[in-house]
Each structure stands twice: as C-alpha cells, then as structure tokens.
Design a protein around this ligand. Structure first.
Ligand code: BDR
Ligand code: CA
Length: 307
C-alpha cells in the first residue's frame, strides 16, 4: 500500500486532494505538514485539522513555515477565500497540531521509515527545503516525491511566467530541484490547466457534500479568470499522478527555478534544445543536477472520472 506524507496549504484544491486520497484503496495519509501559501500557515494548519476531522482520519498535523526563505509572505485569498476554504471553513478544529515543525516531522518520519514513505507536496516548497537542511539524506530516505508546481511551456497563473507554488518560494523550489531526489515528478500547469473540470462535473456532485460547498468560491474565481464555468483541480491531479504514474507522460530533464529574472522569477526552466550527441554545445541549465520527470500530458477524462 502507498503511504504518503502530504505537505499542503489548504486551500480548496488541497482540500479536494485530501478527499481524493481518502477515497482511494490501499492508500494511507501518514502525516500532514502545513505551509504558508494560499493563506497564512496558522490558517492552513487549522484547515488541515478541520479537514481530517471531517474526513474522520487520525493523522498528525505539523505546522510548517510561516514565510518563504527569502521574500515576504504573499497569500492568495482571492482564489481560496479569506478562510482558505471558500467561506465554509466552519468551526474551530477540536484537535491541535503536534509540537514539531512540518520540516522536523518530514525529516523524522523519513529517517524512521527509510525507503517507505512518499511525499506529495502541493504547496510552496519551504518545508521540504528546510527538511533537507535538517536531514541531507532526505532524497535517499523517501520513495516517490510528487510536487505540484511550475509552468514549463504554458503561461504562469500568478505572474505571466510563474506558477503560484514555485513563485511563493522560488529559492525553496530551486533547492528541492537541486537536492538529488531520484524519483521526483513535477505536476505543473502544463497538465493541470488541461484537466479543467467543467460546470457539468460540479453539477454531478451530491448537493450537500462538503467539496461542492467549498468549490463554489474556487469555481467563481476560475470562471472569471478563464471565462468559462468550472474549476482547475491542480492538487488532486498531483495526488492522482502519485498513485498512478501511468496517468501522465513526462519530459525527463534537469530543472531549475529562475531566481533573478525581471519578469520570470519563480519560473521553472530546463534546457529543451535538441542537442545532437557530440554537439559542441553543452547543456546550459543545471547540467549537474539529477533528472526529474515533468508531466506534459495527462489522461484528463480518466482523471476527472476518478475524481
Ligand atoms: C497551486 O497554487 C494554489 O493556489 C493551489 O492550491 C495549487 O497548489 C496551483 O498553482
Ligand atoms: Ca495547494
């Protein structure tokens, strides 16, 4: 069975990813770490606790980084609502976070279960970067790592070139791409935008179910952003790719995050030139890094059906 540490900033599509994982057979959410991003980390933590209470699962939740490594905190309430759950966060949670930070939790769980745990990172990568400082062997200790982030050959969503999770902490994202994870998959806007769930999908949900309530605000945002009714399930698609890598096809390459571009800070880049064997040109982008897989197509019909 698949045992997963989720690092998230709930967040409406983060919430939907947790619902999705909860419904999958042979799948266990081992722990949740929270991070700044869609909302401040205190609120993301309260929301993670609220969600596991709703889902009736007993999982440790560790509060993570309150701000990015090297830039001020920026949040995205216009997408997820002031409470991060589209106005339906509801009562205060009855449970509390553990005393550890999310980075400590990740490092400790990985050390105590070498090779056994998978990481699904669906918020900014600050906690994962901090965990690498605590435990430099993290890349060997984790099994699969799936990250939701990036816009490689499509426009960004938060700036013209950058996707939100990477833009919220570009330095952290770059450290993670440089860390040498052997089984690292990146699920970015190239595939998530194409997995747009139309209004008919929403209409198919039971009327009073919680996901339907919280998706209202998110669908209003995407309706005005894209000019068509529906929403984009970024984080659930990343969860689905972790469970079923055959859902997508990939570009294998070495990736970096642009840190200094005037218009491109936070953008993921790779050297995508065709270079013939023996070509005098070397790879420009991060030639020393371990390769990762970047999802370029996904079976959206199959995914939306599962979701
Ligand atoms: C990502 O940013 C957040 O708004 C979503 O939760 C998702 O993780 C999409 O760019
Ligand atoms: Ca998220």
């Amino acid at each position: 069975s698949m045992r997963i540490i989720v690092d998230a900033d709930p967040g409406i599509d983060d919430a939907l990813a947790l619902y999705y994982l909860r419904a999958q057979p042979e799948t266990e959410i081992v722990a949740i770490g929270t991070v700044h991003g869609n909302v401040p980390v205190q609120l993301a933590t309260a929301n993670a606790l609220r969600l596991i209470e709703r889902l009736n699962i007993d999982v440790p939740v560790a509060m993570g980084a309150a701000k990015p490594l090297a830039q001020p905190l920026m949040t995205a309430e216009s997408v997820h609502g002031e409470d991060g759950l589209g106005g339906y966060a509801g009562d205060e949670p009855t449970t509390s976070p553990t005393g550890e930070s999310a980075a400590e939790q990740l490092a400790n769980l990985a050390r105590n279960n070498p090779g056994e745990l998978n990481l699904l990172a669906i918020g900014p990568l600050t906690n994962v970067a901090l965990a690498l400082q605590i435990e430099p062997r993290l890349p060997e200790l984790l099994d699969k790592v799936v990250v939701m982030g990036g816009a490689l050959n499509v426009p960004g969503n938060i700036t013209s070139h950058a996707e939100a999770n990477f833009w919220h902490d570009p330095e952290a994202a770059d450290l993670v791409l440089a860390a040498g994870f052997e089984d690292l998959t990146i699920v970015g806007l190239d595939v998530t935008m194409a997995s747009h769930a139309p209004q008919e999908w929403l209409d198919g949900l039971p009327h009073d179910c919680y996901p339907r309530r919280i998706l209202g605000f998110y669908a209003d945002f995407y309706g005005s952003f894209l000019g068509k009714a529906g929403f984009v399930p970024h984080d659930p698609l990343a969860a689905a790719v972790l469970l079923d890598p055959g859902l997508a096809t990939y570009r294998e390459d070495r990736f970096a995050i642009e840190l200094t571009g005037r218009y491109t800070r936070g953008k993921i880049v790779a050297d995508q030139r065709f270079l013939a064997p023996g070509s005098p040109f070397g790879r420009d982008v991060a030639p020393e890094r371990t390769k990762a897989r970047y999802a370029v197509t996904a079976d959206n019909a199959r995914f939306l059906d599962q979701l």
